[in-house]
Design a protein around this ligand. Structure first.
Ligand SMILES: NC(=O)c1ccc[n+]([C@@H]2O[C@H](COP(=O)([O-])OP(=O)(O)OC[C@H]3O[C@@H](n4cnc5c(N)ncnc54)[C@H](OP(=O)(O)O)[C@@H]3O)[C@@H](O)[C@H]2O)c1
Length: 298
């Protein structure tokens, strides 16, 4: 028999985690998140709830948090507690963790996902703007760990930190977030070493650039369709937030009990293609024309 390899690109479908994992694997468990009212972390919380967990979502915008919590409960039938908190303020996070414990009596899983980002070259980035992103992404992760660790030790639970892949190479206009995410990766590894002997695990998920306004912003300045890097991604398409959430389900499950201190890239192989995401070197040599081009398209 002769096997003929496909000459057309195979694109596999998005498959829900409920088709793979039991829908009660997190029954009786509680997952707390920063950044859970939107984007990728919202999807992670939703999927965790579909597998039986109750949840806590934290963010600065109280009304939006409440709206998202109500929607999550409606979609999953589980309880979601909204807590207004700024990850730059340790007292906010400690109060939210206490409130979560008072409501549910436990915290098993923590997703550190709150982040901010924008495009700017170093020369156009103020010291304060750089610090703000590091404060939210990196210091905010540290503050979240500090506020929740006493509870997570009790349940011998697990952390997932949301990082990125952009700091694996020197991506122009992303100095602030690259520095912050490299710090998040390092912090998670130390947490894994320090808390592993107490049964607490810590891992990182590094997503592709799937679904945010920043992504739209970036798409606006990419070359025309056909030349764009997602057309040549190994798995042939952008990811769906649910596919990033699927990694969280696995990492929080008991099947991952021997996995800690690791970074998991979930990006359809995009990281290996390594195409610069801004026209290069134009973005560096003439940032103003680049910015004008972006502004005109959004
Ligand atoms: N989407 C992508 O393309 C991509 C790619 C790689 C990595 N990531 C990472 O994945 C995570 C989620 O990204 P996303 O794009 O899906 O998120 P997003 O929709 O932009 O949401 C960011 C979330 O963070 C919260 N947040 C921001 N600043 C905060 C603060 N100071 N205190 C508390 N909460 C704060 C926001 O809520 P409030 O406004 O209510 O505070 C919001 O819910 C981030 O860590 C991001 O760096 C995303």
């Amino acid at each position: 028999m002769s096997f003929k390899p496909s000459t057309v690109q195979v694109i596999k479908p998005v498959t829900p985690t409920t088709a793979t994992f039991r829908d009660d694997i997190f029954k009786g468990k509680v997952v707390l998140s920063t950044g859970g009212r939107s984007g990728i972390v919202y999807k992670m919380i939703r999927v965790m709830m579909l597998h039986g967990a109750d949840s806590v979502i934290m963010g600065r915008n109280g009304p939006e948090n409440e709206k998202a919590a109500a929607q999550l409960s409606k979609e999953t039938g589980r309880s979601c507690l909204p807590c207004q908190a700024d990850v730059r303020k340790p007292e906010d996070l400690k109060a939210a963790a206490k409130k979560a414990f008072e409501k549910y009596g436990r915290i098993d899983f923590v997703i550190c996902g709150a982040a901010g980002n924008f495009l700017a070259p170093i020369e156009g980035l103020s010291e304060n703007a750089f610090k703000t992103v590091v404060d939210i992404d990196l210091l905010g992760t540290y503050n979240t760990i500090k506020a929740t660790l006493p509870y997570v030790r009790e349940t011998q639970g697990s952390y997932i930190h949301i990082s990125a892949t952009l700091h694996y190479r020197g991506l122009p206009w992303q100095a602030h977030v690259s520095a912050a995410k490299a710090g998040v990766d390092a912090l998670s590894a130390v947490l894994a070493m320090e808390e592993g002997p107490r049964g607490v695990r810590s891992n990182v998920i590094a997503p592709d650039e799937s679904s945010t306004s920043l992504q739209e912003y970036k798409r606006a300045c990419l070359p025309p369709k056909g030349d764009r890097n997602h057309d040549s991604m190994p798995l042939g398409r952008w990811g769906d937030g649910d596919e990033i959430a699927a990694m969280a389900v696995f990492l929080f499950s008991d099947s991952a009990n021997w996995i800690t201190g690791q970074v998991f890239v979930v990006d359809g192989g995009e990281n290996h293609v390594r195409v610069p995401q801004l026209p290069y070197p134009q973005a560096v040599l003439d940032p103003k024309s680049m910015m004008d081009r972006i502004q005109a398209k959004i």
